[in-house]
Design a protein around this ligand. Structure first.
Ligand SMILES: Cc1cc2nc3c(=O)[nH]c(=O)nc-3n(C[C@H](O)[C@H](O)[C@H](O)COP(=O)(O)O)c2cc1C
Length: 303
């Protein structure tokens, strides 16, 4: 079977406007994943609901929303809300390293607590009409915590488990534990997707060579940096400009906060986008106070 290529969720970056533009201009992704959803005063935030609106994501080859793993009742409430929107598959986030969440046993912070994890898994498995995938790390503060966490996921029979081979405490930097990754792939009864630090097509091929049992790979930051990563034949000036203009227009029509909000949204994109652009132009983007100044600087970065 062909290795599946997945787009990782990056909250604030790979939102619905980005996904739509990415798929239309570049593509090469088999499935896009949504950013973690959590409850605020017992409900999904309006902004989050709009991001996962099935109609708005209908042009994608596949889109799977994601709930933040944590207490069973909160996870079930999100799962039911997603099912009621028409979704049949949901990804469960057991990877988020953000300490305010992790210290409350959410995201990767749930990994050291197999009993709580199993309670959540059982409660989610009891929701009719949904199947699940899991996105996890090796642990929160120890890279062998997956050994007790994986069996706790049994009630879910996940369609696959995506693994970022770090612990939560590392955030998004530091060494990858590839030895533990290998052991996890051997021990995991479900298909495993590899995620982490894939920067080039060669990196992807190396990972598939090193871990031939993986069912797919998931790419995050490098795809935001270079949206043509998976389709190098589209790495042309025309495609990058088209992509940028679709983002600009897409955010202009969706954001209600006027020019200022549009400007900061576009500026934040460039924290990852086209990092090899001229440094002076990237600085000018960050400093722009008007959309005209922004566009003038962005033009110098777009190839
Ligand atoms: C700014 C940012 C936001 C992220 N948001 C999410 C998220 O909402 N859900 C999730 O599962 N992972 C999230 N991640 C993790 C990525 O999906 C991915 O696992 C991580 O970046 C490692 O892959 P990479 O090296 O290819 O970027 C986020 C990462 C970053 C840097």
């Amino acid at each position: 079977m062909k290795t599946q290529l997945f787009c990782a969720p990056l909250q604030g970056y790979t939102d619905v406007v980005w996904r739509e533009a990415h798929n239309a201009v570049f593509g090469g992704v088999d499935c896009y994943y949504g950013s973690l959803l959590r409850l605020e005063r017992g409900e999904l935030r309006r902004h989050d609901r709009r991001d996962i609106d099935p109609q708005a994501n209908a042009s994608l080859p596949r889109f799977v929303p994601q709930l933040l793993g944590g207490a069973a009742d909160a996870a079930v409430a999100i799962a039911v809300a997603l099912r009621d929107m028409g979704y049949t598959e949901v990804d469960i986030n057991l990877g988020c390293p953000h300490p305010p969440l992790a210290l409350h046993h959410k995201g990767s912070g749930l990994l050291p607590y197999p009993d709580e994890l199993r309670r959540m898994a059982e409660a989610l498995a009891a929701v009719d009409g949904l199947r699940y995938s899991v996105k996890m790390r090796l642990g929160w503060d120890d890279d062998s915590q997956w050994r007790d966490a994986l069996p706790a996921l049994e009630p879910l029979h996940p369609v696959h488990v995506t693994v970022h081979p770090r612990i939560g405490r590392q955030g998004y930097r530091g060494e990858l534990s590839l030895g533990q990754m290998e052991a996890l792939i051997d021990a995991c009864p479900w298909p495993v997707i590899y995620n982490g630090e894939l920067q080039t097509l060669d990196n992807i091929n190396d990972v598939i060579g090193r871990f031939p049992a993986v069912a797919g790979v998931m790419v995050g930051r490098a795809l935001v940096a270079d949206p043509a990563l998976l389709v190098p034949e589209r790495a042309t000036a025309r495609h990058y400009r088209d992509f940028h203009d679709r983002l600009f227009e897409g955010y202009r029509s969706r954001l209600t906060g006027g020019d200022h909000q549009l400007l900061s949204k576009m500026q934040s994109l460039w924290q990852y986008f086209l990092p090899n652009s001229p440094r002076r132009a990237l600085k000018a983007i960050a400093k722009a106070r008007t959309l005209d100044a922004y566009l003038a600087a962005a033009t110098q970065c777009l190839p």
